[in-house]
Design a protein around this ligand. Structure first.
Ligand code: UDP
Length: 261
């Protein structure tokens, strides 16, 4: 297992947190919860509240949002002549809808938030500019990255890994609807065990559907640990952002105080 190296100035991180800057990935599915609607406002508000409490501690939080609750390119490609690239552009636009919803929710409780899109939509959001994103974070604003990486044939997991590396965030926190990574499908096998830690290689070789290969490889190459955890349990986002033990940790280990080493 590759050990995680702190990327920048450890001394500046908040005392009660393992991390100074994190990248939180929220999938579209997680935003939908168990609602028939695309977005459950209770979930966006729960995310906003937990993010608010950690930004008050001085932890910098960037988000990447998915769009699978509205449109997933691969599921629609081929329908009525829709080619994969066009379908993926629709998928990327779906992530912008989620991002704007989340931004509005965050700002409604007083968290200054900026949305940056991977392709220009200047009437609704800033374009992605790395240095500007970092400046926002330094000023205590939350930054939501939307439209993935801006190219078809990719996913927002890859966007999460890429943006994490670009802005020198220290960890990808993948918020999902399940408790973490299991050794078998917990829906089919009641004996399935939740795994505490995994190496990148285990994720790749066992083809565990944690993240797509491009995303996990990018994390591995850049020594970025990934925490997969359940967004629906109150307090989990806060715990994950502070580096406390929650879900499954990939590419690093928990130490004896149950935080990430
Ligand atoms: N997408 C894309 N390029 C990207 C990111 C996303 O083409 O860099 C498209 C793709 O069609 C994808 C959709 O946007 O299905 C929504 O993103 P994703 O499936 O990753 O969302 P999630 O599963 O996290 O909800």
């Amino acid at each position: 297992m590759s050990s995680f190296q702190l990327s920048m100035n450890e001394s500046s991180k908040p005392a009660s947190s393992r991390w100074r800057r994190v990248l939180l990935k929220v999938s579209g599915e997680a935003l939908a919860g168990d609602q028939l609607q695309n977005i459950d406002p209770k979930i966006t508000m729960a995310i906003a509240r937990e993010v608010a409490s950690v930004t008050r501690l001085g932890i910098e939080v960037a988000l990447v949002v998915g769009g699978g609750n509205i449109f997933r390119g691969s599921s629609w490609a081929g329908c009525s002549g829709l080619d994969r690239s066009s379908a993926d552009y629709i998928g990327m636009l779906a992530t912008v809808m989620n991002a704007i919803f989340l931004q509005a929710t965050m700002e409604s409780i007083g968290i200054p938030t900026r949305v940056q899109t991977a392709f220009r939509m200047s009437e609704v959001a800033e374009p992605y500019i790395r240095r500007r994103a970092v400046r926002h974070l330094e000023k205590g604003r939350v930054v939501i990255f939307a439209a993935g990486i801006g190219n078809p044939f990719f996913t927002t997991d890859t966007a999460a890994a890429l943006r994490c590396a670009e802005i020198n965030a220290e960890v990808v926190l993948k918020a999902t609807n399940v408790d973490g990574v299991f050794d078998d499908d917990p829906k089919l096998n009641p004996e399935a065990r939740l795994l505490d830690t995994l190496t990148y290689q285990e994720v790749i070789s066992k083809d565990l559907s944690v993240m797509d290969m491009t995303a996990i490889t990018l994390c591995q190459e850049n020594n970025i640990p990934v925490v997969v955890f359940n967004l629906n349990k109150p307090g989990n986002i806060e715990k994950a952002i502070k580096g406390e033990k929650v879900g499954t940790l990939i590419g690093a280990t928990w130490n004896s105080t149950m935080s990430i080493t």
